[in-house]
Write a new protein. Structure first.
Lengths: 272, 272
């Protein structure tokens, strides 16, 4: 699986690169960014961004390159949905359709052909990392909708993703407005189908990850607790013996200023 | 001189803040951002951004907060021009008018009332730092057009600005297309008037700074050498005994990925 470099910026000794490739899962061109340190890499962190983001937000704002520059680990940041389509209701709202793929495989008539971000990450992006970058260890992290994606994808594929971390994740989408809107639109009304894409439900059903999960949640986050429901994850992890370090961070909001403040800890967690 | 906080984001132990105040120099509201570490500050770095930027670019993309978080130094980032006006030709091009104030005091009829970014920095912003933040040491840095601003303002006011550094500065605006267009529009055709705002001309006329000047210039910069003319500064500094460390950085371009790669060095230079 090849890819095309769009632009490339030397960053520290390495490179910040914007690229695209054809996705089998979404049947569209998908864009992504990555940072490659100057050393040969043997591992990768996949970063999943939140609502409205593209492949650009994290790599521009998080300050991650500084903490990866002396490591053997790259970070890769895919876009948050297919692009270039014009499906019914796809571009009407910030929390559904374009920029809001929710890292699932859609089953509703309008979306099932293209909105397969779960398969895109698990198959296309993982293949790219293995085939084009010779990476032999992959872990996953993300923010908000991307934190949900990291948890769901990591819990369902612990043999592929060695570690999971998240910032301000939507941990129980079946129980919040963002998740209910997205799941109804992509998966339909049968709530049994939603459980495959809900971190709390997955852990409740016994899908555990062998490594500790690291989460940071700001206490001044404008979406906490209503959309994020962090305490629900705490409870189910305790009930099911999933190791979890959930750090409530006083005064921090939902922004990239929060992410930049703790990205060093997350990178060290993934490198460990 | 008071100011109004627009929004505030906890960042590391400190705060990234967006604010505005009324400027005597521009007779408009001026926006700025700043990062205040958690410790009491006694010094400040003024960061001047380049063409098309606002108060947001640097504070979002440069990763400076990480390197200032344990210091007693804040960084403040003003907008690059007055806003909210509708002067002739003000919004027609990216390199003149809004987003392109060039850190000078305009004398042409249309612009002289408001486009006084030189006075805005030297008077209004310095007063704000002294009065509202009790800062007793101020230094100055910037990128591209902002690197030009840092050099000109620092060279003309060495008693106010203890250090000058710059990334990819326009060092000799009288001799490049960007500078000629801006100076003609803001200052008119008399090239003698241009010399007050041209770092090479200032040094040539004996305006030296007692401290070493630090500059980083990427060798893959799309505007080097044509618009930036770095070698002209090297030559005049040598001729006039102005201490200069001009580092040509192989492979780096004009972007914030370049700035983020060397901002640590610049901050350490200013803190020293």
């Amino acid at each position: 699986m090849s890819f095309e470099v769009i632009k490339k910026h030397k960053t520290f000794g390495g490179e910040t690169v914007f690229a695209s490739h054809q996705s089998k899962a979404t049947k569209t061109e998908m864009k992504f960014s990555y940072f490659l340190p100057k050393q040969k890499v043997d591992s990768a962190i996949i970063w999943l961004s939140g609502l409205t983001c593209t492949e650009e937000n994290f790599i521009t704002k998080a300050g991650a390159q500084f903490h990866l520059k002396d490591s053997n680990t790259m970070i890769i940041c895919p876009d948050t949905s297919p692009r270039g389509l014009d499906l019914p209701n796809e571009h009407e709202s910030y929390d559904f359709g374009s920029g809001a793929g929710f890292y699932l495989n859609a089953t509703t008539e309008d979306y099932k052909e293209n909105y397969n971000m779960y398969d895109y990450i698990v198959n296309d992006l993982v293949s790219l990392l293995k085939d084009s970058f010779n990476v032999n260890k992959i872990s996953i992290s993300g923010h908000s909708m991307g934190g949900h994606g990291a948890l769901v994808i990591g819990l369902r594929n612990p043999e592929v993703f060695s570690k999971i971390s998240a910032f301000s994740p939507i941990v129980n989408p079946s129980q919040c407005a963002w998740g209910q809107k997205a799941f109804t639109g992509y998966l339909g009304d049968n709530k049994e189908d939603w459980k495959n894409y809900d971190a709390c439900e997955l852990i409740q059903s016994g899908k555990l990850h062998p490594a500790k999960i690291l989460i940071d949640q700001g206490l001044n986050d404008e979406f906490y607790p209503n959309q994020l429901l962090s305490e629900n994850l705490e409870k189910v992890c305790k009930d099911k013996d999933q190791e979890l370090e959930l750090r409530y961070q006083d005064g921090f909001d939902h922004s990239y200023y929060f992410i930049s403040s703790f990205i060093k800890d997350h990178i060290e967690f993934h490198l460990d």
